[in-house]
Design a protein around this ligand. Sequence first.
Ligand code: CUA
Length: 350
Amino acid sequence: MQQFPSEFKLMPEQASTMAGQVDALYFYLVGITLFFTVLIVSGIIFFAVKYRRRSPYEIPRPIAGSMKLETIWTLIPFLIAMSIFVWGAKVYFAQYRIPKDALDIYVVGKQWMWKMQHPTGQREINELHIPMGRKVRLTMTTEDVIHSFYIPDFRVKMDVVPGRYTQMWFDATKPGRYHLFCAEYCGMNHSKMGGTIVVMRPDEYQAWLSGNASQMSPAQLGEQHFQNLGCTTCHLNGGRDAGGRGPQLAGIFGKPVQLETGQTVIADENYLRESILNPGAKIVAGYSAIMPTYQGQVTEEQLLQLIAYIKSLTPQGGSGTAAASATSNSTSANTNAGAQSSGSPSGQRR
Ligand code: CUA
């Protein structure tokens, strides 16, 4: 299905804007490790030889300690550790703050394939065509077990978790074909769950899009589901004031929503998902819990399309997605970056 590179490579190619940053930090860590390994091992050998026992009755000279030495070997490792922390945090935030001005691609993983949909409607399986030099944001979920979307040449990897959305982004810098892996053991054919990321020059990408353009966009498909599922009967424009039994959905994406409990949540992808599948979980202030669940009635892809439609009802629909990353990043460590990104930028827009 996929070709592996014929020659053995020590390092994956650097094919995204993040790759160089990740590698630089990595080599810094390797360099420090090597330096201290050599220093300590040669120290052990040198001292073992120099201070070896020369006669069976030898008694060493007593040592009283040295403030100067103590200070030096405390301060230098402290500074090195802090440099790793500061540099690491910088790269981390660059990686996990999801940019707002990105091409929105939806990914659904399942045993054992990757299904992708472009904002213009094109679908692909185990292959993703993207333009070079443009930020691409993936909003991902899975129909079954945990998978992990991993492109070594871009130095990006993100878990794809059932029941929620995770996001990642990259900006490819070189045209070419890059290996996509599933990096989370997901059953029998895990090792074959992969594919190819095809990075094209922008004009080639446009040509590719128009060559595959006969489909409806995720937002258009979402609008169809929205009507077929009868959402339109309750979610009227104007909400309660217009006689709607459910809140108005236009203009809410990425904005704070006041709940019955007095709490406020940001209407991001995960909030919308929860509100469709488990409507009782967060009731909007002023409305009653009458919406039925749509669990089991919509597939993961239809759910993403519904959300794409609701996003499209908010001008600059992508604007709330930075906030979305706060809840969509799965690992606990990631939550910090997400929370960070949801702070100021989305606040300013309101
Ligand atoms: Cu999917 Cu491993």
